[in-house]
Design a protein around this ligand. Structure first.
Ligand code: CP
Length: 310
């Protein structure tokens, strides 16, 4: 694998190989006191985050460290970005300083692709940790890993992605990956939070959640991204919660095997009721846990390419 920039175009064989590797790594490390494999010893991984993150940044750092890579975290605020250095010059500097892999989160859609182009001649690989409203491929991979654990193979499963589609890189990456793995996807959102061109995503679009619930195998809730909405949003938080919030009554209308996911951070009480978020039907903590193994697998497929040393 050369770079992981999006799930659009990621073929089923490669995606499945990454998910299988993540599963093997999880089993390999299960119950171990020392969670450390020597696989990426001598390799240097740099995380470069121009937007806030808890889950993605920390789990990439843990993933790299558990694979014995040297992991260096660069935050835009504490680097020469604050002096006006461009993304291109920052990336070339990190590559020249020895980065084998740069993991980037950036507010601009397409930033990771531009970075990969600038670094093409250097051999430094790029992982997109979220670019604007475009893609977040490792989130989709960890969501798929979690769904496979709960449901088995995803072919023929029906998954609803609910909420702020307009601003969501998570939704776009999940639609591509779920469809590649054979799942049906239904997008559910108020008309004001549906992006133009959604008809090209290859998913059904609905504006009401309740009629969909009995036919679903999984519900993925999205975060309402107030920071990308200037001047508030419609519907209001209360209206949103009434129409789309995953509460106990809606949970009861899902089939018993159906699972509830949320990429986090969650807005409890609006997107999801606390009783649902904390119930065994939700897999939110498992998503975070699987995120470490999936990101280990991504680093392994990018930087190693040999048997995983147990
Ligand atoms: N899901 C996700 O990307 O979370 P963070 O913003 O905390 O990384």
């Amino acid at each position: 694998m050369r770079h992981l920039l999006s799930t659009e175009g990621l073929d089923a064989a490669t995606a499945t190989a990454v998910l299988d590797t993540a599963g093997t790594l999880k089993q390999t490390l299960l119950g171990r006191e020392v969670r450390k494999l020597p696989t990426l010893r001598g390799r240097t991984v740099v995380t470069m985050f121009y937007e806030n993150s808890t889950r993605t940044r920390v789990s990439f750092e843990v993933a790299g460290k558990w694979m014995s890579a040297d992991v260096i975290n660069v935050s835009a605020g504490a680097s020469s970005v604050g002096k006006g250095e461009s993304l291109r010059d920052t990336a070339l500097t990190l590559s020249a300083a020895g980065a084998d892999c740069v993991i980037v989160r950036h507010p601009a859609s397409g930033a990771a692709h531009r970075l990969a182009g600038w670094l093409e001649a250097t051999g430094t690989q790029v992982v997109n940790a979220g670019d604007g409203m475009h893609e977040h491929p490792t989130q989709a991979l960890l969501d798929a890993a979690t769904l496979r654990e709960r449901l088995g193979e995803l072919a023929g499963r029906r998954v609803a992605i609910v909420g702020d589609l307009l601003h969501s890189r998570v939704a776009r990456s999940n639609v591509h990956l779920l469809r590649t793995l054979g799942a049906q996807v239904v997008l559910v959102a108020p008309p004001t939070l549906v992006p133009a061109g959604v008809e090209h995503w290859g998913a059904e679009v609905r504006h009401e959640l309740d009629p969909e619930l009995p036919g679903l195998d999984a519900v993925m809730l999205l975060r309402v991204q107030a920071e990308r909405m200037h001047g508030g949003f419609f519907p209001s938080a209360r209206e949103y919660s009434i129409a789309y919030g995953m509460n106990e009554a809606r949970l009861a209308r899902l089939p018993e095997h159906a699972v509830v996911l949320h990429p986090g951070p969650m807005l409890r009480g609006m997107e999801i009721a606390p009783a649902v978020a904390d119930s065994p039907r939700a897999a939110i903590t498992e998503q975070v846990r699987n995120g470490v193994h999936v990101r280990m697998a991504v680093l392994y497929h990018l930087l190693a390419g040999e048997e995983i040393a147990a």
